[in-house]
Design a protein around this ligand. Structure first.
Ligand SMILES: C[S@@+](CC[C@H](N)C(=O)[O-])C[C@H]1O[C@@H](n2cnc3c(N)ncnc32)[C@H](O)[C@@H]1O
Length: 143
């Protein structure tokens, strides 16, 4: 348990340090799936989308452009600060995905995207159960 907490704390620190240069020095691996993820998400006006582990808000920004409402969640305040500058009109929440339930009411979202972050989550079952709670019937999770 202690090891897991230490890992998590290291991950958070690493992303917080990376936030300042994250967009300026893009990792091409993180862009390989962008088009596919956006097509699968298929956001449009009337959608309420959660970008879980939003980083600097790549998917928040693209989702907002469709007219959908978008919430970004991340456990790094520095990542969220960078995202907020890029994405006026979105709501951002600082929260750890390993701490469920996430701070939203049941049925808040029509779609949830979790991009390039699943490998950081030890408690995947709990998180996915909570995503199911947050999604409206017929909602969509893109991972
Ligand atoms: C590789 S980045 C991907 C960012 C964004 N989804 C994208 O595709 O550009 C991973 C993000 O996951 C966040 N993250 C990692 N573990 C997390 C956790 N347990 N809870 C919330 N956010 C987490 C990091 O802070 C970082 O912003």
């Amino acid at each position: 348990m202690l090891k897991l907490q230490q890992m998590e704390s290291k991950t958070r620190k690493a992303y917080s340090q990376a936030a300042a240069t994250y967009d300026a020095e893009p990792n091409s691996v993180l862009f390989m799936e962008t088009e596919t993820v956006l097509a699968m998400l298929d956001a449009s006006q009337g959608d309420s989308v959660l970008d879980a582990a939003c980083g600097t808000g790549k998917y928040v920004l693209e989702t907002l452009k469709t007219g959908a409402d978008c919430f970004g969640l991340d456990f790094s305040g520095e990542m969220l600060a960078a995202a907020a500058v890029k994405c006026p009109g979105a709501c951002f929440v600082k929260h750890d995905l390993m701490s469920t339930p996430l701070p939203f009411a049941a049925g808040t979202f029509t779609k949830i995207v979790l991009a390039h972050a699943l490998w950081h989550i030890a408690a995947i079952d709990e998180l996915f159960l909570d995503f199911a709670r947050l999604l409206r019937p017929g909602g969509r999770l893109v991972e």
